[in-house]
Design a protein around this ligand. Structure first.
Ligand SMILES: [Zn+2]
Length: 180
């Protein structure tokens, strides 16, 4: 059988039903399931948390492996509804780094191909993501949590603000000249 629907369109009860009967569906994608939890607009925060708890009863190992495969999804799902301080974020990355090492050590015995992963190194010593193993390419956290990228973004904002301030100054001068 096929689900043939996007997880992020499911209702709370549909989630529970599909998770419970996941073995019957050949297109059941566990990573897609976890990703959809925070993207889904039909479920309340409280329901999302319940869906996560229910999913973890069935797929706890997959969820733990997300720390390597897709740490950003892992963080978003794990911290649903929590307000994180910077200290909390640092602690979270420290945990992920530790768990990554453990998982990779275990996996390396079986596979040898973690070449597509590399360690995050943006050059900022205080970046909470330093040393995190990242799959090349798609990784949202690099944009939202990396100190290097946050600083780059702030600088871009600043220079754009300066540019638009200069522009409005110019138009004020122009308006004054026009009035004369
Ligand atoms: Zn960084």
């Amino acid at each position: 059988m096929k689900i043939d629907r996007k997880f992020n369109t499911l209702s709370f009860n549909e989630y529970l039903n599909y998770i419970d009967n996941h073995k019957q569906y050949c297109d059941f994608n566990t990573l897609g399931l976890y990703r959809s939890i925070f993207e889904n607009e039909n479920t309340s925060l409280d329901e999302k948390i319940q869906i996560r708890e229910f999913a973890n009863k069935h797929f706890e190992k997959t969820f733990e492996f997300l720390q390597i495969k897709d740490p950003w999804t892992y963080i978003k799902v794990k911290t649903l509804g929590l307000e994180l301080t910077n200290g909390d974020k640092d602690e979270l990355w420290r945990q992920i780094r530790k768990n990554q090492e453990l998982i990779l050590k275990k996996k390396r015995i079986k596979h040898q191909n973690f070449g597509e992963y590399s360690k995050h190194n943006c050059g900022y010593e205080t970046c909470p993501m330093n040393g995190i193993m990242i799959k090349q390419g798609s990784f949202m956290a690099e944009y939202e949590m990396c100190i290097g990228n946050i600083n780059k973004y702030a600088q871009k904002q600043k220079s754009e603000r300066r540019k638009s301030e200069r522009k409005s100054e110019k138009s004020i001068i122009k308006n004054e000249l026009d009035l004369e």
